[in-house]
Design a protein around this ligand. Sequence first.
Ligand code: TRP
Length: 328
Amino acid sequence: MSKQRVLSGMRPSGKLHLGNLVGALENWKKLQEDYDCFFFAADWHALTTEYNSTESIQESIREMTTDWLSVGLSPEKCVLFVQSRIKEHAELHLLLSMITPLAWLERVPTYKEQQQEITNRDLSTYGFLGYPLLQTADIIIYKAHKVPVGIDQVPHVELSREITRRFNFLYAPVFPHPEPMLTEVPKVLGIDGRKMSKSYDNAIYISDPPQEIRQKVAQMFTDPNRIKRGDPGNPDICNVFAFHRVYSSPEAVEQVRVDCRRGAIGCVEDKKNLAENIVAYLTPIHEQRSRYLQNPCLVDEVLEDGCQRARLVASRTMEEVRAAMKIT
Ligand code: TRP
């Protein structure tokens, strides 16, 4: 039996942080064992908001791919590529735009939300409205069955199902219906207790050297009600504890839970232990990383090869699409 196809994309934001690792990459790493996986850098999607500062996007792709490879995404197990190098995505996006009612795009929740949130640039553009339609093209051009995404992206995958249904009905049954794949992931926050994000300056990066990780962990917020060392703490509301669950052994996690609750371990000591566990976890990743940094051509080769494999699939699909629409 052939494997089901999984596809996901990430906007190139440069070096990746532990939030990306816990939230997406760890999951991608598992999926590559059981599915036919396609993962790509969504650089055209980055343009929808960054159209006025495009100079760093290419370098960000390289940094992000270096991190992908360092954490263990394997070019032997999955296809790693760059969206803008597969022009077929643009052709399909254009063709789909002909059959997409405007109202379908206008009602996508991220559209209005982001327009309100991002106030430092004008997002009343055609490209921004079409963001989820481009995402639809990304997904269906590879005939993906499963799309691992965060909860905020589910409406986009749902839109792609609706478009798929419409295309298959109007022309010919070319596309399978893609499904969002939601996986339980541990929730870890930035060192200031907000969502971990580059723009909040609160992230621990995969590439941070050990000393920096120790410093950042030392700054992390803990249970705010715990003032003195002997006070009993509540691990369930503590971000440091959330990190322990990811990076410390099950026995250590249990020990921290008990010791924190009865005030037997102080937050300073607790954070020192956590920092060492994160450092240990990242050590082999850093080894891989320096290998890729010394040979940047390796990264280029992986992407070049991935793009070729992706292009082959995408161009076959486009032949079917053109035939179905009678524009051969
Ligand atoms: N929009 C996604 C995000 O911001 C990135 C993305 C682009 C994507 N195309 C995709 C994700 C296709 C899954 C499938 O995270």
